[in-house]
Design a protein around this ligand. Structure first.
Ligand code: ZN
Length: 179
């Protein structure tokens, strides 16, 4: 794990090759986490949120695949020294797989996703702002833009999910007009 890889101190990258290496690590981590969250929500019998996370996992996988392709074209090797890890909304520390299982509600799971999508956006945004290389800037901006989309989706789900959760075990459906 690399503590330097946070939104506060995104590395100053001046080549597309370096950016691709970092982006690949980030997308791969996001994909793995969404797969885990999807399984976790399925275990909690929340099919809707589980499906959302599975969809997000596919999306991040698709990004990772695209980036891998670019890496191959540019002859960039995957680097084991470049890693990216999700962190919890409460602090800058990274989380491990075991911690995920303490997440009991879809709301918490979505909050975790939101936090890390925002972090991913901030990461690419910072790289775009700090770089002196034009090509690196435009690619980092594109990546940041994609993360903005993810932030929006997760936020939408968070608002959908927040309401029913309060009294999910009560029958608080609006009265049926025919009753
Ligand atoms: Zn994302």
């Amino acid at each position: 794990m690399n503590d330097n890889m946070t939104e506060q101190n995104a590395p100053k990258l001046d080549s597309v090759e370096d950016l691709l290496s970092y982006a690949f690590a980030l997308e791969q981590e996001a994909c793995d986490r969404y797969v885990e969250l999807g399984e976790l929500m399925a275990a909690h019998n929340n099919r809707e949120v589980s499906e959302l996370f599975k969809k997000m996992a596919k999306l991040e996988q698709h990004h990772a695949d695209e980036i891998r392709e670019l890496m191959e074209q540019k002859n960039v090797k995957e680097s084991s020294s470049i890693q990216y890890q999700w962190s919890s909304p409460e602090g800058p520390e990274t989380i491990d797989l075991g911690d995920l299982h303490y997440l009991m509600t879809p709301h918490q799971a979505l909050n975790l996703a939101l936090h890390n999508e925002e972090r991913a956006f901030a990461f690419f945004d910072k790289i775009a702002k700090n770089t002196s290389d034009e090509e690196t800037r435009s690619l980092a901006e594109k990546f940041a833009e994609e993360e903005t989309e993810h932030v929006k989706w997760v936020m939408e789900w968070l608002t959908k999910q927040a309401a029913p959760e309060k009294g999910w075990d009560n029958d608080d459906d609006p009265p049926n007009l025919q009753d």
